[in-house]
Design a protein around this ligand. Sequence first.
Ligand SMILES: [Zn+2]
Length: 169
Amino acid sequence: MLESNNPVVKEYFRKMIGEDGVKIMANVPEGEITDEEIARLSDTKLTSVRKVLYTLYENRIAEYRTERDDNSGWITYLWSFNRDNVKKIMEEEAEGGLKDLRSKLEYERKGVFYQCKCQRVLFEEAIEKDFWCDECESNFEHFDNGDLIKELEERIEEIEKWKKKIRRG
Ligand SMILES: [Zn+2]
């Protein structure tokens, strides 16, 4: 029931719960279900099913409610799944990644960097230290961050493409 026709969503899901997890979830029908039933339907060990369920729970795709049997006192966990949350989570992840990368990119674009053998510092700090690092006792040399900027730009582009694909299908 958690299957998607969208290849990006499929791939994300596979990464989250693994190939075995995908197989387990493939047999789960709509509505509420216990972990034992899922194990029976997919012919898998209960421990494997629980592992997948907790991963889905952590990712807010699975939720459960409990029912207590008045006679035996036994508690049953009834699981249900929210498929729409997969895309929401993916979009949140993309947004978070983009925000982080964009602020890194801005920092790299704005700054002029110097490096010694042990660290990379901004020009302002290098000049303050007279271009000499006391910690590793070497000179601060100009650091060309062109490759780093290119790499950040490429990663941003990749995530933007990924984000567009989430909405499809
Ligand atoms: Zn140093």
